[in-house]
Design a protein around this ligand. Structure first.
Ligand code: UD1
Ligand code: CA
Length: 454
């Protein structure tokens, strides 16, 4: 625990222009959560004592996301987008409370980790006024270059303002800066807008601190920690990094991923012990897979709890509100939504189970459909423990199938079925002995409209 107080300022006022999107940039999703949520999660783990989020005008959705993830976050609005330093100063009220350290984190840098933020703060405790996260990107295009003189950081030059020589510099600004609280306002207020974009650049803090005879330092990190997202292409690259981190964490926690590269996870996916995930599985948000469960190939799971020893797929879809009990089995081409499948119950083939409860050890036959929707409202189906639903049955909700009841195959069930009863709701079979033979005989006599009566 760091004894110094720390204010984190998250800049999230960007629009989605370069993303070619109507959605604010920081609300784009990475591994199942917003860019902003990733940044706030790292901040929450980095011994920060207060958080300010700067949002653009009319970006109520961004402020709402900030409050959802971190309810104590204070939101400030940057009415005009006049640069990163201008955005930081929108949080002036928080800066004036004089925290020991200030961390400025860009909302479009979602791969940042708490450990990296802690490393960046360390030089402040040792007396530096400014610390900048530095990295050497494979492609430096678009990043600010770190200008080093006599082994020390003297300035940051934005690409648009850089000379050819400066552009050749490989060391870049990761876009995360730590400022000593005592000097922050003095430095920020000196920043001007004399540059190509006529913006107030936070990056000028370095040159200004130098001019004030204060110390500015760099902390070098891996490219992956500070990848900034300005385009859909960079978003896809960051997704690949996030997925690789999540896969490695799952493997390290003992999950068997038969082909890790083909499994897609969410930042909040939770696994118990001895879980096996076969190739080609997608986990959306809010999924928990308990001990010993097996997720077979080509399954898509979102908002579900897969109980101990349960088995899912291949080719299964679990939608939000699904809870599978211990040892439950959901097989191929089965979709489950908002339904509890109790321990030992099975739906092995071609079914839709929505807004339902299926009791322990019940068997839902192939092709069973819970008809939960009448075009306006949704209704529930309750299937009792040990019940047996014959194949290709339609259960028209609201309806209850009692414990241990049997439903004959092909039934359309519209009324409740008492426990241990048999329900048949289908046309009765008719047999006409010798009928086919008579038909063929008539045809052979050349009768066009042959119909063997009786
Ligand atoms: C910025 C840095 C650059 C660095 C790069 C790292 C500046 C001037 N440049 O460039 O040195 O290499 O990040 O990714 O800081 N924002 C606001 N209000 C504004 C302007 C920006 O809130 O008026 C927010 C944006 O939403 C974004 C962040 O600040 O989250 C950075 O802005 P962006 O325009 O993406 O800066 P870059 O050009 O990427
Ligand atoms: Ca950026």
């Amino acid at each position: 625990m760091n004894a110094r107080s720390c204010l984190a300022i998250v800049l999230a006022a960007g629009e989605g222009t370069r993303m070619r999107s109507a959605r604010p940039k920081v609300l784009h999703a990475l591994a199942g959560r917003s860019l902003l949520a990733h940044v706030l999660a790292a901040i929450a783990e980095a011994d920060v004592t207060a958080t300010a989020v700067v949002v653009g005008p009319g970006q109520e959705a961004v402020a709402a996301e900030a409050r959802r993830v971190l309810p104590q976050a204070e939101c400030f609005v940057q009415r005009e987008r006049r640069g990163t330093a201008h955005a930081v100063l929108e949080a002036r009220a928080a800066i004036e409370r004089r925290p020991d350290d200030i961390l400025v984190v860009y909302g479009d840098t979602p791969l940042i980790r708490a450990a990296t933020l802690r490393r960046l703060r360390a030089p402040l405790a040792a007396g530096a006024a400014v610390a900048v996260l530095a990295f050497r990107p494979t492609d430096p295009a678009g990043y600010g270059r770190l200008i080093i003189g006599n082994g020390e950081l003297v300035a940051i030059r934005e690409e648009a303002d850089a000379s050819a020589v400066e552009r050749a510099v490989g060391l870049c600004n990761g876009g995360i800066m730590a400022l000593a609280g005592v000097h922050a306002l003095a430095i920020l207020e000196r920043i001007g807008d004399c540059n190509r974009k006529r913006e107030f650049y936070l990056t000028d803090a370095v040159g200004i601190a130098r001019g004030m005879k204060l110390e500015a330092v760099t902390v070098e990190v891996e490219e992956d920690d500070v990848r900034g997202i300005n385009s859909k292409s960079q978003l896809a690259e960051a997704e690949a990094v996030a997925q690789e981190r999540l896969r490695q964490a799952a493997l390290a926690a003992g999950v068997t991923l038969v082909a890790p590269q083909t499994v897609f996870l969410s930042a909040d996916t939770k696994f118990g012990r001895d879980v096996v995930v076969e190739p080609y599985v997608v986990f959306g948000e809010k999924v928990t897979v308990e001990d010993g469960a097996v997720i077979r190939s080509f399954s898509h799971i979102t908002g579900a709890v897969v109980g101990k020893g349960a088995s899912v797929g291949p080719f299964a879809r679990l939608r939000p509100g699904t809870r599978l009990g211990e040892g439950a089995r959901i097989g191929n081409f089965v979709e489950v939504k908002e339904a509890v499948i109790e321990a030992g119950a099975k739906a092995n083939h071609l079914s839709y189970i929505g807004d339902a409860s299926v009791g322990a050890n019940a068997n839902v036959g192939a092709g069973t459909i819970t008809c939960n929707y009448d075009g306006r409202d949704k209704y529930r189906t309750a299937i009792g423990a040990e019940a047996f639903i014959g194949s290709n049955s339609a259960l028209i909700a609201p309806v209850e199938i009692g414990e241990g009841a049997y439903i004959g195959s092909g039934s359309v069930i519209t009324q409740n079925v008492p426990a241990h009863a048999l329900a048949l709701a289908r046309g009765r079979q008719v047999i006409k002995e010798g009928w086919a033979k008579r038909l063929r005989a008539l045809k052979s006599l050349g009768k066009k409209k042959a119909h063997p009566h009786g």
